[in-house]
Design a protein around this ligand. Sequence first.
Ligand code: XUL
Ligand code: CO
Length: 462
Amino acid sequence: MDGRKDFLLPSPCGRVNLASNNHNQTMSEYFPNVPKIKYEGAGSDNPFAFHHYNPDEVIAGKTMRDHMRFGAAYWHCMRNGLGDPFGDGTAQMPWDNGEETLENALARVPVFFEFLDKIDIDYYCFHDRDISPEGESLSHTHEMFHKVVDELETYQNNSGKKLLWGTACLFGHPRYAHGASTSPSADVFAYGASQVKNAIDATHRLGGPGYTFWGGREGYGSLINTNMKREVDHLAAFLHMAVDYAKKIGYTGQFYIEPKPREPSTHQYDSDSAACLNFLREYGLLDHFKLNIETNHATLAGHTMEHELEVAMNAGALGSIDANRGDELLGWDTDQFPTNIYGTTNVMLRLLKMGGFTTGGLNFDAKRRRESHEPEDLFHAHIGGMDAFARGLKIAAKIIEDGKFDEFVKNRYSSYDSGVGSKIESGSASLESLDRYALEIAPPQLASGRQERLENLLNDYL
Ligand code: XUL
Ligand code: CO
């Protein structure tokens, strides 16, 4: 369980400690103790500086900024009170009066853009309900939503900051307790469709190159009351409607599905990369969707992040990344900031090999720990994540340039480059021809996989 259910709902949980009632519309600096974060190099001991992320430095033919396309998550930065299942929120947000009003929603926008400016992050992502509240009716909800979208558009235009992707929160409100497109209620399906229509409109208007579907409740609590076949059919119908609507309004952004195996559902239909790809293929959606892979979701699925990335890449379907990490001692989606250089190196290795992002980026779907409740902690958290990815990028570029791993792996499969192996790969071998072949040769001699040697080599780069 994570804190999002506390802050995406107008629930008292997680909001209790936020209201300080000293919100001041004319305040120009919401983070007065934090300077604009700049690169100072590895020798710096300034905690408000990048020690490794140098946005304009060119690595492997591109600036770090262009490789990374870092994004900040509106939900974690602006709406996460840092509550957990056992306690209320702790986050100090002096700009937020804790009310679910349009006025308070609008008041958060300049804070977020000051944050983006000071942390030097170019992109952001949001759910509809992060940026604006539920209203008295669905039309009132949409009306407030588009007013905040107007405000975001103004701030984007004035700052040059960009939307990476938009999405609709189809998991927070109690109406989605049984799912949205997979709810047994067709009226709930329709409400979800209405939210998605408006969220796609907003993403289109804000120039977002991507739109994400994360189906937190698109799964089941138990099969005892579930018609899985109908639910999955409905999920596919929902996504087809989104594809059709995008076409109709001329939105050419990339749709993403974000896999996660469970939490809050017991089983989420988009459980991992392979399950998503199979679903997309089965329902004729593969041409319209790529995957947004999140590290902590890979862990929950019992996979490494590298595994999830490679499954997606091999299908030409790696679209974007939600950057974070889990905690080995906790079995849930802790959404911690990525600080593990092994992890970031492994991600950047795949990304470089893929040729980099087109529409996607590295969105920090990550939150501070509950104890890191001061506004400046938002900066320490993102600085650490950005520096960790910068180091991962540099290490990965060097590994690729040296080519030692690639050469080893290439040699490991070289028996398929000629002779019987190339016949197998080209499809010109058969069980009979291989039977004749195998009977004639000496028993196969196996070469070592040298896993430990390669692990040592990787450590030499770190
Ligand atoms: C939930 C999660 C979501 C998606 C967007 O675990 O990762 O925030 O990224 O809905
Ligand atoms: Co995510």
